[in-house]
Design a protein around this ligand. Structure first.
Ligand code: PPS
Length: 302
């Protein structure tokens, strides 16, 4: 009964070079692989549910010098096209990410969730700047669990306990595959590439400091008041009520906000309201095993 609309819930994911991914995205892959980046493209890369939309809104505000009205010109998924996105036409009038990007004037902001090894080579050839944002896996898995329910492109996530197992196993049911490989893969490249690696938790703690980091990375200077305007406009409360930022303009058949809003809670540590003690211990063990030998560390709450 939840699966109303013309588009039923997906039964299963496809596979892209061994990474589980929505079948329609896999179908569109040839165009994505051949994507021609431009040297002034800025890539926003994340594992899903790690603060992509937040970072996207911040960057669009920076690109428009803190002009709130300009940043309301269109929905965030049109202002910052999603590179590998391709949805069946019957579902949404949205063009594929690649098509949208071809029509977007420079300088473009580009969103991707691709693991580093699948990023189209053109981004490296053109030496594009990349901002990666990572979020602690406990909050990611909870956020993803709710997203699986509201965004019908996903298979049924089952119970939370089942979804935790899916997340840890990173098998066929987990779109974009292993969180561990994703965050570690991008982390390892941060020395040699033009790559700024940020954390959702730092952004929660001190958004002003993180915005300054972004400005330095981009070599941009803005007036003091502009930073304040950016911070206000991109706060959770403001974004949540902004139809250009909160995804409410997506067709309900694709995203059903009555099941769970896209901007759901926007905090660090919500996993504590969901994990049992046993689940937490199991998750911690798994985390330690899979992060061993890495100098990448996460704050599980702020
Ligand atoms: S997606 O679908 O992968 O692009 O989703 P993504 O935007 O990466 O992640 C969605 C989560 O980010 C939260 N969010 C924010 N948190 C704090 N401040 C702001 N401004 C903000 N905007 C989005 C959003 O609420 C989702 O997290 P949860 O924990 O589910 O609330």
């Amino acid at each position: 009964p939840q699966d109303s609309g013309r588009y039923g819930r997906q039964e299963e994911l496809g596979s892209l070079h061994g990474i589980p991914l929505y079948k329609c995205f896999v179908e569109g892959w040839p165009q994505v692989e051949d994507f021609q980046a431009r040297p002034d493209d800025l890539l926003i890369a994340t594992y899903p549910k790690s603060g992509t939309t937040w970072l996207s809104e911040i960057l669009d505000m920076i690109y428009h010098d803190g002009d709130v009205e300009k940043c309301r010109r269109d929905a965030i998924f049109n202002r910052v096209p999603f590179l590998e996105m391709k949805v069946p036409e019957m579902l949404t009038p949205c063009p594929a990410g690649v098509e949208l990007l071809e029509k977007t004037p420079s300088p473009r902001l580009v969103k991707t969730h691709l693991p580093i090894q699948l990023l189209p080579t053109s981004f490296w050839d053109k030496n594009c700047k990349v901002i990666y944002m990572a979020r602690n896996p406990k909050d990611v898995v909870i956020s993803y669990y709710y997203f699986y329910q509201m965004a019908k492109i996903h298979p049924d996530p089952g119970t939370l306990n089942e979804f935790l197992e899916t997340f840890m196993a990173a098998g066929v049911g987990l779109a974009y595959g292993s969180w561990y490989e994703h965050v570690r893969g991008w982390w390892e490249k941060k020395q040699e590439k033009q790559l700024l690696y940020l954390f959702y938790e730092d952004m929660k703690k001190d958004p002003q400091q993180e915005v300054q980091k972004i400005l330095r990375f981009l070599g941009k200077e803005v007036a003091e008041g502009t930073v304040a305007r950016i911070l206000h406009h991109t706060s959770f409360q403001e974004m949540r009520k902004n139809p250009a930022a909160n995804y409410e303009t997506m067709p309900t058949a694709f995203m059903d906000h009555s099941l769970s809003p896209f901007l759901r809670k926007g905090i660090s540590g919500d996993w504590k309201n969901h994990f049992t003690v046993a689940q937490n211990e199991r998750f911690d063990r798994h985390y330690r095993e899979h992060m061993e030998g890495s100098d990448l560390h996460f704050q599980m709450e702020v």
